[in-house]
Design a protein around this ligand. Structure first.
Ligand code: GLN
Length: 249
């Protein structure tokens, strides 16, 4: 941690920030501050160099054109790679999950090179997955169901170096590329090295305080005291109940 202030990066919020994903950084900052840890958000937009010395990075989702701008920026700027390889955790949502992989296929069918921080590839599913997503976490340190909102056309396949974040209970998650066989067990998200990626918007950290604290522990290299934030449990209960209720005809 730099000069004892936790610095939380939000990369390219103008192109990667659908469904309030920028809120993930706000949640990290607030959960740090409420424990007496000084924290600030560093906004890094398309024209700014990406600092390699931030303590934690967040990347949001984005629509197809925005996503290709972000992919080009990340290929041309080594700051994020240096930061993550230097030990900073990175949270990536939806389009960013795809961009951090080996490649993804865009809406026009072109294969776009990714950052190769994740051993994944993404092809169109042939349909959009839209709705609530609930998973059972598969990562040590997470015990509570993960809840979020998904909206994506891509289906992501994990290679051997990538592990899933959760097992899908409701919704699609990583999905299945068109023309390929569905796996027996469906998964959401990717965990590899210092990267945690998911298809969950929400913002996902507002709905899943355990995940926020996992990132904070890694960013601060400290154990954290338990923290109750009023309203979070009620939000979780309401969203999990809503996801379990079949949509009206
Ligand atoms: N454009 C990507 C897709 O549809 C990601 C969408 C998103 O980030 N919400 O798969």
């Amino acid at each position: 941690m730099n000069e004892s202030t936790l610095r939380i990066g939000v990369l390219m919020p103008t192109v990667l920030g659908t469904y309030g994903d920028t809120g993930n950084a706000v949640v990290l900052r607030e959960r740090a501050r409420r424990r007496g840890i000084a924290a600030e958000i560093v906004m890094v937009d398309l024209d700014d160099p990406i600092p390699s010395d931030l303590d934690v990075y967040t990347l949001g989702g984005g629509e197809d054109t925005a996503q290709s701008l972000a992919a080009a920026k990340l290929r041309g700027d080594k700051g994020l790679r240096r930061g993550v390889e230097g030990g900073a955790p990175l949270l990536a949502i939806c389009a960013s999950l795809q961009v951090l992989g080996r490649w993804y296929r865009d809406a026009e069918g072109r294969r776009v090179a990714g950052l190769e921080l994740l051993d994944v590839t993404t092809d169109p599913q042939g349909l959009r997955s839209i709705g609530e997503l609930v998973t059972e976490p598969l990562v040590e340190g997470l015990t509570q169901k993960l809840t979020g909102f998904e909206n994506h056309g891509g289906g992501t396949v994990l290679g051997p170096d990538a592990k899933p974040l959760g097992r899908v209970l409701i919704g699609t998650g990583n999905g299945v590329p068109e023309g390929t066989a569905a796996p027996q067990e469906r998964h959401d998200g990717v965990v590899q090295g210092n990267v945690i990626a998911t298809y969950m918007h929400g913002p996902v950290l507002a709905r899943n305080p355990e995940l926020a604290d996992l990132l904070l522990r890694r960013a601060t290299n400290t154990d954290l005291e338990p923290l109750e934030v009023p309203g979070v449990e009620a939000l979780r209960r309401e969203r999990l109940a809503s996801a379990a209720t079949p949509p009206r005809e």
